[in-house]
Design a protein around this ligand. Structure first.
Ligand SMILES: NC(=O)c1ccc[n+]([C@@H]2O[C@H](COP(=O)([O-])OP(=O)(O)OC[C@H]3O[C@@H](n4cnc5c(N)ncnc54)[C@H](OP(=O)(O)O)[C@@H]3O)[C@@H](O)[C@H]2O)c1
Length: 335
């Protein structure tokens, strides 16, 4: 494979709306020792990319300033001493940034084989949501058979992956969504129940659906006014996982609920985690989730794709009220 010195990429020219995403030509990265250079076939678009574009989620100092946290593609070059992969391997990777590009260099520990039964476009949807949920839902909250999990944003990227993990682990997923179409998508991903949060009270419905017990785990991306309500929706010993704070960072919560119901509230962001920690999540995924993907027990989400050069349109689509599923940028001759 001939690698050109310059490559096509998308930059965030300044903080702002989708229009600040501009196609540019930049030097092709070289893989450092322990890294793999991937020729990108497809790159997933995620909520954190929107926050980064808006200037609300700056990349860590040692990361690429270019957006893009996940890709699927082909190994094009190996950093010194890298023996885990070979040139031409089809792979997916959790990137530290720079995925909206023709090539990206990634620590090899964050690279996994592309599932053979998934296309590159499908496989590009895997890393960001599944690494995030391996860290939070699986390892930290201890997702287990028989539990009930309330998932806010059930029709989004994180939401649909969380629903599929619940199904895989034998847990019951209750998903909140804003429309009948999104509810039916969440059900198609494996949600046992859906709650239309625009017309229904999610605490009341969760309690009813669990015969008064509440949810063992709540996955929240809203925060703000949801914080205390999430605690109320929990069962005794429940765990609220805070993944984003779209509704605000500040909240008044009743600590009596935490005390008397033995609750846990945990939060984390994936991107600043050290490479060794991300590599540990990759191993967890390889052991339990990748075989399930291979066996067809986890299926691709609904995907809308755009050529890389139209990344601004992809972000517009992601921010539209009718968006659900995942959005993917394709890299190739028309990109
Ligand atoms: N902490 C981490 O490590 C981490 C990692 C990845 C992503 N995230 C964060 O997780 C969030 C989701 O990311 P994503 O990529 O899945 O985005 P996404 O695909 O755009 O999904 C966002 C979802 O939020 C729902 N939503 C919006 N307002 C809501 C509300 N008030 N109540 C309930 N649901 C609401 C939307 O559906 P409705 O129209 O049905 O509301 C949509 O399904 C983002 O904020 C992202 O930054 C965090």
């Amino acid at each position: 494979m001939t690698i050109q010195d310059q490559m096509q990429a998308i930059e965030i020219s300044e903080p702002g709306g989708p229009e600040v995403l501009k196609p540019i030509s930049v030097p092709t990265p070289s893989p450092a020792p322990g890294e793999v250079l991937i020729a990108v076939a497809a790159a997933g678009v995620n909520g954190p990319d929107i926050s980064q574009r808006q200037g609300a989620y700056p990349p860590p100092a040692d990361s690429s300033p270019l957006p893009g946290l996940e890709v699927s593609g082909v190994v094009a070059a190996l950093g010194e001493g890298e023996t885990r992969f070979a040139l031409g391997d089809e792979v997916v990777a959790l990137c530290n940034g720079g995925g909206y590009a023709a090539y990206v260099a990634v620590p090899a520990g964050q690279v996994l084989p592309k599932p053979e039964n998934w296309s590159h476009v499908e496989a590009a949807t895997l890393p960001e949501t599944f690494f995030t949920l391996q860290q939070t839902l699986v390892e930290r909250a201890g997702l287990a058979s028989g539990q009930t999990v309330l998932i806010h944003g059930g029709s989004g990227g994180i939401g649909a992956s969380a629903i599929q993990l619940c199904r895989l682990f034998g847990a019951t997923a209750i998903a909140t969504t804003s429309s009948a179409q999104k509810a039916s998508y969440a059900q198609s991903m494996g949600a046992a129940h859906t709650i239309d949060y625009t017309s229904e009270d999610f605490i009341e419905r969760t309690k009813t659906l669990t015969e008064g017990r509440g949810a063992d785990i709540v996955i929240d991306i809203i925060g703000g006014a949801y914080a205390n309500r999430n605690l109320k929706a929990c069962a005794y010993g429940g765990h609220v996982i805070q993944l984003a704070i779209r509704g605000g960072a500040k909240a008044e919560v009743n600590l009596g609920l935490v005390l008397m119901n033995a609750l846990t509230l945990s939060g984390s962001t994936l991107r600043p985690q050290p490479a060794a920690t991300k590599a540990r999540f990759a191993q967890g995924l390889k052991t339990r989730i990748w075989p399930a993907i291979q066996a067809g027990k986890i299926v691709p989400p609904r995907i809308t794709s755009f050529p890389l050069k139209n990344a601004a349109d992809a972000h517009r689509a992601m921010e539209a009220p009718d968006h659900y599923g995942k959005i993917v940028l394709t890299v190739g001759k028309d990109s």
